[in-house]
Ligand binder design. Structure first.
Ligand code: G3P
Length: 217
């Protein structure tokens, strides 16, 4: 399973990238706001650090404007994936931009039918939002599983990019289900390394080591 970082925080992305943990990056207008940076500048900088797909989202609502914005974002770097919303105009833009050879990430997906129609429109990635479905007492992970089944039934090549990943358990469950990619904030990715028994075990080892009076260096 690929790990994308859901962030426009350059130092945080760079730290994970140096550890080889970044297969790509996703951004959205809210993350650009949080970064306090200019979208074109920060996206270009991220693309210079990360070699995998970097999603940059259009903000227009009509297909022709989305296509124009998408082309401008795609011109920033060869690894840009243009992110379009799962609306009828977004699907039109997806068809045109993917036809021009650009990677397209169709975002704000909340149903299997939306995922199916995005695959038909040539999406490179479909982004179902796990956490936001959980927020309204639906099951985001069920959606990932259902999309996996449908895409496998018909051999769709669109990659399932599980988004709105909030917890380490979301990551584990997406891996068990067979999502192609998860995108998560840096904090969630870092939390995958934590276990209370690791901390407890290390504490005991260090106590016992101190009693030996030895040194390695
Ligand atoms: O990139 C979109 C996304 O992952 C949103 O996450 O936590 O704002 O629902 P969240």
């Amino acid at each position: 399973m690929k790990f994308f970082v859901d962030s426009a925080d350059v130092p945080a992305i760079a730290e994970l990238n140096d550890l080889g943990m970044v297969d790509g990056v996703t951004t959205n207008p809210s993350l650009i706001l949080k970064s306090g940076r200019d979208i074109l500048e920060v996206t270009k900088e991220i693309c210079s650090i990360v070699s995998g797909p970097v999603s940059a989202e259009v903000v227009a609502l009509t297909a022709p404007e989305m296509i124009a914005e998408g082309r401008k974002l795609a011109a920033l770097a060869p690894n840009i994936a243009v992110k379009v919303p799962l609306t009828w105009d977004g699907l039109k833009a997806c068809k045109v931009l993917s036809g021009e050879g650009f990677m397209v990430n169709v975002t704000l997906c909340f149903s299997v039918n939306q995922a199916l129609i995005a695959a038909k429109a040539g999406a490179t990635f479909i982004s179902p939002f796990v956490g936001r479905l959980d927020d309204i007492n639906l099951d985001g992970l069920d959606l990932i599983g259902d999309i996996r089944t449908v895409y496998d039934n018909y051999d769709y090549k669109t990659q399932i990019l599980a988004a709105s990943i909030r917890t380490a358990n979301h990551v584990k469950d997406c891996a068990l289900i067979g999502a192609d990619v998860i995108t998560a904030p840096p904090g969630v990715i870092k939390s995958l390394a934590s276990h209370v028994l690791t901390d407890k075990g290390l504490e005991q080892f260090l106590k016992d080591w101190a009693k030996t009076g030895q040194k390695i260096l």
